[in-house]
Design a protein around this ligand. Structure first.
Ligand code: TUI
Length: 310
């Protein structure tokens, strides 16, 4: 069993970029892959043709492998699952659901499949279904989350599967990377720090909200609807949480957040928009290139762990 994800994925450093909706486009994915990590295009709720264009733009910018993250609640997931085969994508990660029905097709196409999991039971199910690795994502992560923390989840998942485990949630520097290794992870997935990367297309006002965030600026909306989402607090979350407290219906709450991620990422509306970010936002202090981010993390981790090979 290959335990090293650098060998499994043909990358230099065991750092994969989160497949963040609206944020993880071809600019960011190509930059992370060029810097030696694994960049991902976040398909989110985009159509198959948009994802195909994104893949082709990424290929123009880097000769290193770029993966695709498929958000399984998307109405276009079936078509996107086919596009990754047609475009000869080498690595697919999945989020917010069960990718079981696509597994056979992806494996037959030689794709390395890495589902994001938030529990041991689901990790084991994914291993049995043929996953090559899993991302164990703790609830410190931004966006749609499960209920266990990274510290508790990662070692428990490591103990129930024999495939490599990639730790996610709350990791943004070499200390987090080293800690993940101590928990038995083979690598890390990083989101929030890459949101503010210079190659990230995210509006400068959203980046500034992350850079100026304090440790306690993170909240979880949607607990009442069964779709908890971690974001930075703002006017929108105050209204959302108030409505949740008053027993608003799923439809009313959906109405409030409709198009709100586009508002923040593209328009820079940090008041009414959804500012998805992990709890580690308070640690992210400046905009840097993906190459600077990855080199800094690896230098710090190498020093702490006393080893260079991953
Ligand atoms: O998927 C994510 N994070 C996301 S997806 C997303 S798009 C979105 N926007 C608004 C509302 C909702 C979603 C934003 N952030 N992370 C990976 C992840 N997957 N975290 C947790 C899970 C997960 C949860 C339950 C995976 C599988 C699962 O259950 C599968 C099953 O069938 O038991």
């Amino acid at each position: 069993m290959e335990r090293s994800i650098t060998k499994l994925l043909g990358i230099q450093y065991p750092i994969i970029q989160g497949g963040m909706a609206w944020v993880a486009d071809y600019h960011l994915a190509a930059a992370v892959s060029s810097a030696g990590g694994l960049g991902l295009i976040g398909a989110a709720s985009a159509t198959a043709e948009i994802v195909r264009t994104q893949i082709n733009e990424a290929k123009k910018r880097t000769d290193k492998p770029v993966g695709v993250n498929i958000m399984l609640m998307s109405p276009h997931a079936d078509e996107v699952a086919q596009v990754v085969i047609e475009e000869k994508i080498k690595v697919v990660t999945t989020g917010a659901g069960n990718p079981g029905k696509y597994m056979e097709g992806w494996k037959a196409a030689g794709i390395k499949v890495i589902p994001v999991v938030a529990s041991c039971a689901f990790a084991k199910m994914m291993e049995n279904a043929g996953a090559d690795a899993v991302v164990a994502e703790g609830c410190e992560a931004g966006g749609h989350i499960g209920s266990s923390t990274t510290m508790a989840l990662v070692p428990q998942v490591v103990d129930v599967v024999s495939i490599p485990v990639i730790a996610a949630g709350g990791i943004a520097d070499g200390r987090g990377f080293a800690a993940a290794m101590m928990l038995g992870a083979a690598g890390v997935q990083i989101g929030t720090r890459f949101v503010v990367a210079s190659e990230s297309i995210v509006h400068k006002d959203y980046k500034q909200k992350i850079i100026s965030a304090k440790d306690i600026d993170s909240v979880v909306t949607g607990r009442s609807t069964g779709h908890p989402v971690r974001v930075l607090r703002n006017k929108m979350t105050r209204e959302y949480l108030k409505m949740e407290k008053e027993g608003a219906s799923f439809e009313e709450l959906e109405q409030l957040t409709l198009g709100s991620l586009r508002k923040s990422v593209i328009d820079g509306d940090v008041i009414e928009g959804t500012l998805m970010a992990g709890q580690i936002a308070g640690l992210v202090k400046k905009e840097q290139s993906c190459s600077e981010i990855i080199d800094e993390i690896m230098d710090q981790a190498t020093m702490l762990l006393g080893k260079k090979e991953f």
